[in-house]
Design a binder for this molecule. Structure first.
Ligand code: PLP
Length: 394
């Protein structure tokens, strides 16, 4: 009798499991403090938890409209108006999906054809590589230079885009500001340059703005609001980071009506919709006042400053992030090990988990002197981790 060999698709075979979530598993195995994965270990705001419970009790427990509950979409549009003076039509320009994670893959599948190219700034959030593979796209990379405060070379960007013209050009640029893992906040000048190229070379910008409210230096400017960009930008954000509810899986996408129609179709067949009662709670979250955002930021600033100091005292070279809640640290003055070996040792011997830098680069070599720490944890946990890390000095 013929035996059958399990076979998996070429797409599934061409990427590995998430390194970040892998580190979380390893941390649990060794009872290490998990500064690897970016999820808060403190409670979500009471108001929105209560709103979610109320929605369940009120029997909002069936499918919402596939592209998002109307009350939530209206509240999102209102919030964009308040924060950025940006008028969005909640009926035609907004889609709610299962986290920014689904927002990005649904947008790529809706806009990028197999064989087309997407350009990614590196280091990058690890999902974008597999997203491109799942969409059948190939990737081009432009580096954010740590030695120049994570800026990129305008000429290099233009050259890469220009050179790819011979093969059909770049279909989309993936932007992430504030950036995970570097903490970079793209400047107005950088956004203008990208916008100028998007119009000259006719590509979309898919922008992941999930950390839009966690900015310590500079301010957030949605690239969609720059002249000529409304029709060619897909703006992605969500509840996970701003409201400390990463497990709710609620995100949203703003795009012009034609693009929204395509994204809504893909989203419908991927997941049908995000959790209905949590969208109701999302509507309440959108109404939280300025005090909430001020407090969020001041708490994160305190945690950032503490962990930056602690890592420096332990002997790391670090980049103080301008946004988001991660710190990139250079390990070269502490060890001869590479990033993966060093993180394993950190977990097993010192009881602190981080993420190897190579998981943010398309060539492992480029990230081997970095590791990334997340500081979305209580001060108590950060202090415990800080104490453990001081033992690295020997
Ligand atoms: C840049 C970036 N985008 C998206 C996500 C995931 O967001 P969500 O929980 O909305 O899917 C993360 C989570 O760490 C992230 O860092």
């Amino acid at each position: 009798m013929a035996t059958s060999t399990p076979r998996i698709s070429q797409k599934a075979a061409s990427f590995t499991e998430s390194v970040i979530r892998d580190m979380t598993r390893l941390a649990m195995q060794h009872d290490a403090i998990n500064l690897a994965q970016g999820f808060p270990n403190f409670p979500a705001p009471r108001e929105i938890k209560e709103a979610a419970c109320r929605a369940i009790q009120a029997d909002i427990n069936q499918y919402a409209i596939t592209w998002g509950a109307p009350r939530f979409r209206r509240a999102i549009a209102e919030k964009y108006k308040t924060f950025y003076n940006w008028e969005i039509d909640p009926e035609r320009e907004l889609t709610v999906a299962c986290g920014s994670t689904e927002c990005m893959i649904a947008s790529m599948l809706a806009l990028v054809n197999p064989g087309e190219r997407v350009l990614v700034f590196e280091p990058f959030y690890e999902n974008y590589g597999p997203d491109a593979i799942l969409a059948g796209a190939s990737t081009l990379y432009v580096s954010l230079d740590p030695e120049r405060d994570w800026t990129f070379d305008f000429q290099e960007l233009e050259q890469k885009i220009d050179e790819s013209q011979a093969e059909g050009g770049v279909r989309a640029v993936i932007l992430n500001t504030p950036n995970n893992p570097s903490g970079k906040v793209f400047s107005g000048e950088e956004l203008s340059k990208i916008a100028e190229l998007a119009q000259a070379y006719d590509f979309y910008v898919l922008t992941d703005e999930i950390y839009e409210h966690i900015i310590y230096q500079g301010s957030h400017h949605p690239i969609a609001c720059l002249p000529g960009m409304r029709e060619r930008t897909v703006t992605i954000s969500g509840l996970s980071k701003t409201f400390s509810v990463t497990g709710w899986r609620v995100g949203y996408i703003v795009a012009c009506p034609e693009v929204t129609d395509a994204i809504r179709k893909v989203h419908d067949f991927l997941t049908v919709g995000a959790a209905a009662p949590l969208q109701e709670a999302g509507a309440d979250a959108m109404g939280m006042g300025q005090d909430y955002y001020r407090q969020l930021l001041s708490n994160y600033r305190e945690r950032r400053d503490y962990l930056v100091g602690s890592l420096e005292r332990a002997g790391f070279r670090v980049w103080t992030p301008s946004g988001a809640y991660y710190i990139m640290a250079d390990i070269s003055s502490l060890t001869e090990l590479d990033d993966v070996q060093f993180v394993n040792r950190l977990i097993e011997k010192y009881g602190v988990a981080a993420v190897p830098g190579s998981s943010f680069y398309h060539r492992a070599e480029s990230g081997k002197r970095f590791i990334r720490f997340a500081f979305c944890k209580t001060m108590e946990v950060l202090q415990q981790a800080g104490d453990r890390l001081q033992r690295l000095k020997g």
